[in-house]
Design a protein around this ligand. Structure first.
Ligand code: SF4
Ligand code: SF4
Length: 401
């Protein structure tokens, strides 16, 4: 599709990048059938092809309004459309750029701006988020059901092994994920220890930047990335093999450090190196000797693969493969490509649609009556815990038991 950039965007590199991305789209509509929001709402403007048309309007300087913004906001950035698209359209990147440009043309209401600002300030701040979560647990019995659903079952992290291996990897562990489900990172440290790898945290690193990036605060996201690079770089120079994330959403963000900082002369090279070293925990574990983790379990596990792992990192079967190879019994599921409705801050900003998607996902995961649900991202874990009667946890906790 051809886009005639409006005069105000002609010299803007991001707008030119979006123009190139749209050029790849042939308007075939194959992607529509696998878009969760289109499947729920049945409106072309709530599917990828319609949204690409809206983004074209933004780039060409056409009429845009709060309605345009609403259709683009309803996108989960799940990238299911990217997996389906025969022309390789990178919709996720296109949506990021387009929403950023639209933000400048359609100012949000004051209350929405405040809400989005608070999300950007609270979620990436481990201490503040941890404190609020602690208060939430203390008052859990009297909380409204919607808030109670956002508090996952509290599991103790347990004891950690002392460093004893030469092989070292860095753990991304300084944001909401570590505060909300601390048992996950502790389990990852113990499991990698059994595989002969020391997984360590580095002081000074923090949020990967995904929350800011997806809320169109792109400069703030780049600041998070630069701070992390500065914190990790000495350990990388000393031979750390990888930067590992136990939340696939954060792992995907790390892969994008290189492209997003490519025009920053001070960080481009280092950012590209971080992206090269970035691995989701499943990618690390799958490459090791899984006999060391052999388990014996009679429980049947339904696996929900987060969109960031399924479509973003293109690893739709890795977690299932690890669990099967280590002796777990997998339950049949359906619609594995569809998002659970968590999608970063989506469940807070689009609660109604998010609830519908969570209910649909739970049904798809429950078709053969599993004993528990395993996933690979903290957001999905919290989302599914809120609607499921069965236990929901991170897959690595199964290997750690
Ligand atoms: S499948 Fe790809 S080429 Fe076809 S409409 Fe969707 S984004 Fe465009
Ligand atoms: S990213 Fe997901 S929600 Fe957004 S248009 Fe693509 S398939 Fe639909």
């Amino acid at each position: 599709m051809h886009v005639e950039l409006h005069q105000r965007y002609r010299e803007l590199p991001a707008a030119r990048e979006a123009q190139d991305l749209i050029r790849a789209c042939v308007h075939c509509g194959f992607c529509t059938a696998t878009c969760p929001t289109y499947l729920e709402l049945g409106d072309e403007r709530d599917g990828p092809r319609g949204r690409i048309h809206l983004l074209m309007q933004v780039l060409e300087g056409g009429p845009v309004s709060e309605r345009t913004q609403r259709h683009l906001d309803r996108c989960l950035t799940c990238r299911s459309c990217e997996t389906t698209c025969p022309s390789g359209v990178r919709y996720g990147r296109l949506a990021d750029i387009g929403r950023g440009l639209l933000e400048q043309r359609v100012p949000r209401r004051r209350l929405t701006r405040l809400q989005r600002w608070l999300l950007r300030k609270v979620i990436p701040n481990r201490r503040l988020f941890g404190m609020l979560t602690g208060v939430g647990y203390a008052f859990r019995p009297v909380l409204p059901a919607a808030l109670k659903a956002k508090l996952p079952e509290r599991r103790r992290p347990g004891r950690l092994p002392a460093p004893r291996h030469e092989r070292r990897m860095l753990l991304l562990d300084a944001c909401a994920q570590a505060a909300a489900t601390p048992a996950t990172n502790a389990a990852a440290i113990r499991v990698l220890d059994r595989l002969g790898i020391h997984l360590e945290s580095v002081p000074g690193a923090g949020c990967c930047g995904a929350i800011s990036q997806h809320l169109s605060a792109h400069d703030e996201a780049l600041d998070h990335m630069r701070r992390n690079i500065d914190a990790w770089w000495p350990a990388i120079e000393l031979g750390a093999e990888a930067v590992v994330s136990t939340a696939s959403g954060c792992g995907l963000m790390l892969k994008e450090y290189g492209p997003l900082l490519a025009s920053d002369p001070g960080y481009a090279g280092k950012a590209a190196k971080i992206s090269e070293l970035a691995l989701d925990l499943a990618e690390v574990v799958a490459a090791e000797d899984l006999e060391l983790l052999a388990a014996s379990s009679t429980e049947r596990i339904a696996v929900h693969v987060p969109c960031t792992l399924y479509h973003g990192l293109r690893q739709p079967g890795l977690v299932q493969d690890i669990l099967q190879r280590t002796g777990f019994d997998l339950a049949e599921t359906s619609e594995p490509h569809l998002c659970c409705g968590s999608a970063g801050t989506y469940s807070i900003l689009q609660p109604e649609l998010s609830r519908r998607l969570a209910a649909r996902k739970l049904e798809a995961l429950s078709i053969s009556g599993p004993d528990l649900i395993a996933t690979a991202n903290v957001g999905c874990q919290i989302q599914l815990s809120g609607v499921s009667d069965r236990p929901v946890g991170h897959w690595v906790e199964l290997l750690d038991r």
